[in-house]
Design a protein around this ligand. Structure first.
Ligand SMILES: Cc1cc2nc3c(=O)[nH]c(=O)nc-3n(C[C@H](O)[C@H](O)[C@H](O)COP(=O)(O)O)c2cc1C
Length: 320
């Protein structure tokens, strides 16, 4: 067993959280992660009240947390109140200043997790009184920015001191990554792509199938998927997806794409619904190159911890 401040504070058996992934992290995935000893987070994402209620219902009595895309929350503040009414074991905010929401989260007695991509975001998270900071490197699947996990994590640790729990995210999908994150000063990891490829995820099986075959060169950070869906993401965020035919057709042609995106939205939605791996964006990170199977969340956690323990033992044996 690997024991850290993160496992102690949240009473976990594994220092692993699952990311609150839009359209992939429903109640089944979050509950499976929590049941296996990790911290499972529902993806509240862009703010669909029906999805959120279903997800908490699906999680049942298992303690799970929830996460929102912060810049969208301002358009749908009631959703935060609704999520907090379920007494989640954590509330994660990413992609925007958490300040407007901190008091309500604190008043509910729910720990606040802030995901950061830059040192300026770290300041915002500390000012908001974050209990946990997730330092997300650019390797990550989905939205993020440009810093690499390898330098961001230790720099964030130096900036926040030892009192705040730190998780590493971006490119971590096995025990080697967990052991490396601990070595960089993190108290645990938040994994997205690896759980996106879990059996309990809401991911389309065709998307999972291409990701299992793809190597880590196959992804790209881009904006085309947001233009296609009509999401007006603020700078500096872009999203990492597989570099498929859809992305190659539109990336770098934002103005032309925006001009036709509304008319093409139904076709894009249909491609997404049928899991077409070429004609809609497949959200996964560079870790796709080390994800080689679709496993249950419980298996993923057990394997990741066992492998990290072996890596830590081997590393200790290097000492003379
Ligand atoms: C399919 C997918 C959807 C994501 N959606 C969200 C989201 O809605 N909110 C969020 O905070 N992070 C989201 N992320 C990013 C994760 O929080 C996390 O930082 C990332 O997955 C970590 O990198 P990894 O994918 O290499 O594990 C998403 C990631 C993926 C792969």
């Amino acid at each position: 067993m690997i024991s850290t401040r993160f496992t102690e504070r949240f009473e976990l058996e594994a220092p692993i959280a699952s990311a609150p992934m839009a359209f992939a992290a429903g109640g089944e995935l979050a509950a499976a992660v929590s049941a296996a000893g990790g911290l499972g987070l529902i993806g509240g994402a862009y703010g669909d009240p029906a999805f959120l209620e279903n997800a908490f219902r699906a999680a049942g009595n298992t303690a799970v947390g929830c996460g929102f895309i912060t810049w969208r929350l301002s358009e749908n503040r009631a959703l935060l109140t609704a999520a907090l009414s379920h007494q989640p074991c954590a509330m994660m905010l990413s992609f925007g200043d958490p300040a407007p929401y901190r008091d309500e989260i604190a008043a509910a007695g729910v720990p606040l997790i802030c995901q950061v991509q830059t040192m300026a975001h770290v300041d915002d998270a500390m000012t908001a009184g974050a209990d946990v900071i997730v330092a997300q490197g650019s390797e990550a699947g989905g939205h993020g920015a440009t810093r690499a996990t390898m330098t961001l994590v230790p720099e964030v640790r130096d900036a926040i001191g030892e009192d705040v729990i730190l998780l590493a995210a971006g490119g971590i999908a096995d025990g080697r990554g967990l052991a490396a994150a601990l070595a960089l000063g993190a108290d645990g990891v938040l994994m997205g792509s690896r759980f996106w490829a879990a059996r309990e995820a809401l991911t389309h099986p065709r998307h999972q199938a291409v990701a299992v075959e793809a190597d880590g060169d196959a992804t790209i950070r881009q904006r085309a998927a947001d233009i296609a869906r009509g999401y007006d993401w603020p700078k500096p965020f872009t999203a990492r997806v597989l570099n498929n035919a859809f992305v190659q057709r539109w990336e770098g042609r934002a103005a032309e794409h925006a001009a036709v995106a509304e008319a093409e939205r139904p076709a894009y939605g249909e491609a997404l619904a049928r899991g077409d791996p070429d004609e809609a964006a497949v959200f996964v990170g560079e870790a796709t190159g080390i994800i080689r199977d679709i496993a249950s969340a419980g298996e993923i956690i057990a394997r990741t911890v066992a492998e990290a323990e072996a890596v830590i033992r081997r590393s200790a044996a290097l000492l003379r």
